[in-house]
Ligand binder design. Structure first.
Ligand code: PIT
Length: 281
């Protein structure tokens, strides 16, 4: 397995393009509406999220009357291939207990016509919405601490099975039940995840404002890059606003260098994209 196909879904060459930091909803392209039946017995009740891949819908399993979250992938061949790699990653994660590891529980997949649908446990609200609902004031330390403890636990479990999440951000962290105390969170969206052993420097799509500088520069990366993203999530939880709010990858890298200094020359020299950011010698 290599993760290089991920760029090819939306971008034909080296372009650092990003998934959105915040979710929005629609299903026009997939022709799914409330009341649609997916597979044999999943009735769509609401839309939970959207991305280049397709949508995530809240569905009712009409055989058990249970509510589930279903990720419906578009039938586009590149997205289909991406869905198969995601299934490969989710199968690796089956070695972990999802509750003990603070990762979403995956309950297999089915086909809806040509579309691949992934079934997940239903969770409550992403941290992006959770912070927004508190007027972007930041969460009390009594909540920040347990959330970060659970996320470091999630990263430690991912590392134990050699998986890099590669898109850690508030939109990909879900609160299990916002009315429950203490608060419990789980990691979602392994659509960009990759075995650390199969990382291809320079072939990566992440989110501007959260991804590690080595990833942007096209240097080798590993599980440590998720820890960089977690640091940014930590600041955002505590303050309510992103540490490096940036419109584009150039401004983001500039922010990092202004606050943390420039990477040493020998590091920059081995970056696939160094020339895109640093002009001259
Ligand atoms: C939601 C609500 C929910 C679960 C999810 C999203 C799960 C999303 C997800 C997406 C992936 C993946 C794992 C989980 O690999 O209850 O809005 O691509």
């Amino acid at each position: 397995i290599n993760c290089s196909f991920q760029n090819s879904v939306e971008f034909s060459q080296q372009v650092f393009v990003h998934t959105s930091g915040s979710p929005s909803f629609s299903s026009d392209e997939l022709e799914i509406v409330e009341g649609s039946i997916l597979g044999k017995h999943y009735k769509v009740e609401a839309f939970l999220g959207e991305g280049g891949f397709g949508i995530v819908a809240k569905c009712r399993d009409t055989t058990t009357n249970r509510a589930v979250a279903i990720k419906v992938n578009k039938s586009d061949p590149d997205i289909l291939q991406q869905a198969h790699v995601e299934i490969f990653i989710l199968e690796q994660l089956r070695r972990l207990d999802p509750d003990a590891a603070n990762i979403v529980q995956w309950n297999g997949f089915f086909h809806d016509g040509e579309r691949v649908c992934l079934k997940f446990e239903l969770l409550d609200q992403c941290l992006w919405d959770y912070i927004r609902d508190r007027n972007k004031q930041g969460l009390p330390i009594s909540e920040v601490r347990p959330i970060l403890g659970q996320l470091t636990n999630a990263l430690s479990h991912l590392s134990s099975v050699g998986i890099v999440h590669a898109d850690l951000k508030p939109a990909n962290i879900m609160v299990v039940n916002r009315h429950e105390s203490p608060i419990k969170v789980k990691l979602i969206d392994f659509g960009l995840a990759c075995p650390a052993s199969a990382v291809m420097p320079g072939e990566f799509v992440g989110t501007v404002g959260y991804c590690a500088p080595e990833v942007m520069l096209g240097l080798p990366y590993n599980e440590a890059s998720d820890m960089w993203s977690l640091g940014l999530v930590a600041v955002e939880l505590a303050t309510g606003v992103p540490l490096y709010p940036s419109e584009n990858d150039y401004d983001y890298l500039k922010f990092i260098i202004e606050t943390q200094g420039q990477p040493p020359d020998h590091v920059l020299d081995s970056g696939v994209y160094t020339e895109d950011y640093f002009i001259g010698d």
